[in-house]
Design a binder for this molecule. Structure first.
Ligand SMILES: Nc1ncnc2c1ncn2[C@@H]1O[C@H](COP(=O)(O)OP(=O)(O)OP(=O)(O)O)[C@@H](O)[C@H]1O
Length: 246
């Protein structure tokens, strides 16, 4: 954190916003995450790839504190979060879009969005640019969440995660079951958010082309370990597509 540094050593652009070191997770006796190291920088999209069941969702859940880690550090902006509950991690700056979206079907779109403000002081307004990012949500703000299409629900889940102004946005397979035009919209939003330069984005994705288009860095997981990593621009040359198809 800036406060820990000597005045002559100001923060440099390459400092990671989030540093994860030696992260392990167990479901009972099953050792799922096996020593994950990860640095995220503001303004970058990190794509997390791997076949079914390798631990991608578990990694996001462990970062959020939805499931406990058994070992390791999760340091956001210098603050150690690994032992803190989920709500404290949200307050510290995590935003989470879970797989399957988890929209409140009986609540209106507006109330779903307000749920995203839970970590903020009462009467905090929604960020004015949410509806600019997702105009369809403004048109539908009084409809019930459950009445929206899958693509609209995905946009609602992303907007809800953005409501509290996260520093790190975790997206778990946002293109799953979504029509191509909405996938394009979601890609544009991710690019726009990254370009602002203040937020780090993690994208778990099965759709290789979508991931490759957005990636500043990539990681491939196998059996709970990072087996490949590199800059997004070299995904194809590194043979990531082939590796995922094996
Ligand atoms: N609640 C749970 N209890 C026990 N084991 C679990 C639980 N959730 C996931 N697992 C196991 O943890 C491993 C990793 O699962 P995870 O869902 O993280 O994989 P993934 O890479 O996200 O896969 P997918 O692409 O299918 O979502 C799998 O072997 C899975 O069976």
């Amino acid at each position: 954190m800036a406060a820990d540094r000597a005045p002559s050593l100001p923060a440099v652009a390459t400092d990671p916003l989030l540093r994860v070191e030696g992260l392990h997770q167990h479901y009972g006796g099953s050792h799922i995450l096996r020593g994950i190291d990860l640095d995220l920088r503001a303004g970058e999209v990190t794509v997390l790839l791997g076949r079914n069941g390798v631990g991608k969702t578990t990694l996001l859940k462990t970062l959020m504190g939805v499931v406990p880690s058994s070992q390791g550090c999760i340091r956001l902006d210098g603050l150690e979060l690994a032992k803190l509950p989920s709500h404290a991690r949200v307050r510290a700056g995590f935003g989470y879009v879970p797989q399957g979206r988890e929209i409140f079907g009986r609540l209106s779109v507006l109330d779903n969005l307000r749920m995203g403000l839970a970590p903020c002081p009462a009467s905090t307004p929604l960020p004015p640019d949410l509806y600019e990012l997702f105009p369809v949500l403004e048109q539908m703000q009084h409809r019930r969440g459950g009445d929206l299409s899958g693509g609209q629900q995905q946009q609602l889940a992303i907007a809800r995660a953005l409501a509290a102004g996260p520093k790190v946005l975790l997206l778990d397979e946002p293109t799953e079951g979504i029509q191509p035009s909405v996938i394009k919209d979601i890609g544009r939003v991710i690019r726009h958010l990254a370009a602002k330069g203040t937020m780090a984005i993690v994208l778990v994705e099965q759709f290789y082309d979508f991931a490759a288009e957005l990636a500043d860095q990539y990681l491939v997981l196998e059996r709970g370990e990072v087996v490949m990593r590199g800059p997004g621009a070299s995904m194809e040359a590194d043979g990531v597509r082939r590796r995922l198809a094996l």
